[in-house]
Design a protein around this ligand. Structure first.
Ligand code: DX5
Ligand code: ZN
Length: 237
């Protein structure tokens, strides 16, 4: 069972005109990893950044870089994200099952499934790991725990606490029950992403989370070092 609480900072709220300085700010503040939110305008209703940004920041930091792939057909891109320098590849369970009615077409969000094709997902997880990266499965708020026997192959599970697509959204507390359930039978890394702040983070850690992802709470603070210190102090007995 992980004993430390780790902090993963999403550069989605960084100032992209000075990205190198923003990465340095993360390092100086003691963050554990850099989280890169990749959105394709299909899996989520927004478009952000891709491999070129990871290639650009790779030489300026030794911190692990996590590519959170909010994209359709993630299997077509995992290799190139690893080649660009990502150490952790996070792929969505919703890409491996039949979508619920109401989120099947382009423009219908959030994407949600009730079950996934475990073997299909396992192939991609193994492919990521064989290429030397860590593989994390992500669950949207409306998608239940559906990873079954895949969990033993994973390096972690990321539970979304907002519907993906945008930073600065409000934390959805209904996902805490899913985390409590997951922690009961999963000893690996459990991350949470979306709406993490000084009020929501303690709840998440209490439920069983050991990796806190944040964009706006970190970059919106004029004391980023204190933000990280506080988040990392959570969960310590
Ligand atoms: C949401 C992204 C999150 C987001 C977090 O689609 O996956 O990583 O940027 O932003 P905050 O911390 O502002 O909720
Ligand atoms: Zn993210």
């Amino acid at each position: 069972m992980p004993t430390e609480t780790k902090v993963s900072v999403s550069i989605l709220c960084a100032d992209f005109t000075k990205l190198g300085d923003e990465i340095k700010k993360c390092e100086d503040a003691g963050v554990d990893m850099i989280h890169v939110d990749v959105m394709d305008g299909h899996f989520v209703p927004n478009i952000t950044i891709g491999q070129v940004i990871i290639e650009a920041i790779r030489p300026v930091t030794k911190l692990p870089i996590e590519a959170h792939l909010m994209i359709e057909n993630p299997w077509a891109y995992t290799d190139s994200f690893i080649d660009s320098g990502a150490n952790i590849i996070s792929i969505h369970a919703e890409c491996y099952g039949e979508r619920r009615p109401g989120c099947r077409q382009y423009g219908e969000y959030p994407k949600e499934v009730d079950e996934i094709d475990i073997e299909r997902a396992r192939q991609d997880v193994i492919r990521i790991k064989n290429k030397g990266a860590q593989a994390v499965m992500v669950l949207n708020p409306g998608t239940p725990l559906c990873l079954g026997g895949l969990m033993t192959d994973l390096d972690g599970v990321l539970v979304m606490s907002v519907n993906p697509g945008f930073a600065k959204q409000k934390f959805n507390p209904s996902v805490l029950a899913k985390i409590i359930d997951l922690r009961e039978n999963y000893k690996g890394n459990i991350a949470i992403d979306g709406g993490v702040n000084e009020l929501t983070a303690p709840e998440a850690v209490k439920a069983g989370v050991n990796v806190l992802a944040t964009a706006s709470y970190f970059f919106g603070s004029d004391k980023p070092r204190d933000v990280v210190k506080y988040l990392k102090s959570l969960g310590q007995a």
